[in-house]
Unconditional design. Sequence first.
Lengths: 246, 432
Amino acid sequence: MIQQYQDNLQFDTDKPILEMRDLCKSYFIGDGELKVLKNINISITPGEYVAIMGPSGSGKSTLLNMIGCLDRPTSGEYFLGGAGVSTLDDDDLSSIRGARIGFIFQSFNLISQLNIIENIQVPMFYQGLTEHESAERAIELAKMVGLGHRLKHRPTELSGGQQQRVAIARALSNDPLIILADEPTGNLDSSSGSEILDILHGLHEQGKTLIAVTHDEGIARESERVVRLFDGAIDKEEHNKKRNQR
Amino acid sequence: MFLYRLKRTVKLGIKSLWMHRLRSTLTALGIIFGVSSVIAMLAIGEGASEDAQKKIAQLGSHNIIVKTQDPPEEKSATGQQQTLKEYGLTYSDAERFRSAIPNVQVIVPNRRIAQEAQYRTHRASIEVVGTVPWYPQISTLKVQYGRYISDTDLRYKKGVCVIDEKIVKALFAFDYPIGEDIKLGTDYYRVVGVAREKDDTPESSETSSSGASSQAGANVGTIYIPLTTAKDRFGETSVQMNSTSGMIMEKVELQEIIIKVNDLSQIIPTKQSVETLLKAFHKKNDYNITVPLELMKKQQDIQRIFTIVLGSIAAISLIVGGIGIMNIMLATVSERTREIGIRRALGAKKRDIIFQFLSETFILTAAGGILGIILGLGIPYLVQYYGNMPTVVKGSSLILAFGISSAVGIIFGLYPAYRAANMDPIESLRHE
């Protein structure tokens, strides 16, 4: 199973892994139409580290939901891994979320009744991996994020930074095309936050494609490209030619 | 693959139910009581029905029983009671039935007399039945050992008797009864056989409700003698002491006539002919016709109503249990909105969520169903033990109750599961 998704990663680096063309999203409230995203054109190549920034109400969250296949655009096209996903039905979107996107949330979103291994196993479970395969991989990932000694702990027994590390391990479990982080440091103190930034940086070094929606200028500095949203449209894109060496 | 998913989902379901033990137990209680009440009520109903059917079957489904009954009191012109009452079935009635009614297989005229029996120093109140050799054909009476009354006994008015097992116990204790002599009234009778009524229930007082038995008190058992002998030696009159008017003489020829019809469909027409014949020859209403088949039918009707009533009560309790489950599951779903959102974001399809919540409901109701069956088996046992009421637990009722509870679980679990699956993942992820 995992092999299959790794095959999907064999893209030419210049071909976009994610592409949006004239993507619009409107909400219809009563008779009025509220345009939240206006003609978004964005293209991300494999291995890129992109930060999406913008003030509240600029449409960041909506764009994140679009990228994460949690919502469908009103118009425009969205290609993920070369395949159009804007017209897929709910079941197919679920499959894509499970197989191709690794979510990291601001509030960690671990399932409190499951222990760490079981939490990391959840996406693999929906991809149909066996208990044995998924447990093995979950342990491996937990060790990778430095939680090998707390495998049987519940999320509530961990600090915020540790919980976010579990969430990162979970996001990596199905070897997704893109890792989508929503304010990954928003609920953390500065030292835990920088730990998380280090891990994300490491993932980038390994060649993973990262997209982070954030207010955190630290992430913006880490990233290769910053996309600034304003009032539902892309205001400007900045390329950090030289990444900060840490 | 599917089995693996099932295993995972069931494990997860048990885990989250276990996290809310008290809530799960209280919810399951509704199903437990529902299932156990279905089983217990069906068992009690079935037991009562089987008991009644057995009693009726003992009278014989092909039989028509005509009994003598004391006619309503007739005051003479002077206001005094008659001192000699002559009523009841006669030998000519029996003869008329035989000659005038078709389809009759056997006619048994019986004479019943309350008497005291004595063997050496043992005494017992018994009922003497003057009968014919073919009596066993229409009853459940079976000769255990020895023989029954024979044609010769009847023709020559022999002083022989067949006793039932209770009398063996009461009079003989350790002696072998056959060949011994019992004193009935003023005469001695030789015991030629011991017989037993199948499934003897203490209802001999009911079958011997003829006028003669009222003075006898509690009977120990029954002694069968040839009808001719009875007529000869006991006569047809009996004397009754009455507190208001002193002595009353009664003259009754036969206490009962049992008619066996060869075909079930002929029972009702035959009963009508019997009624017509009796009406024509009896001035007083001194007879009573019982048709066990009719009783059985009536009993079945009552049983059907009984079952419907009990069934609906049990079904209502199961529905109430189901509503309880639905209520709790809806609460669980809204409590776990965020978990649903997380699972949806991590790749769960709608049907995965439905499956997860439905299996949780199913586990709850199945566990409730099993505990309910255990409780439901216990209740009839206690009723039988302490309430002295027969109960019959049928395997089909267990399957029925378990099936219903599982169905209730699925039906009432569907809506909450559907609601969980159709929540917007974005909204649910934001849910606190």
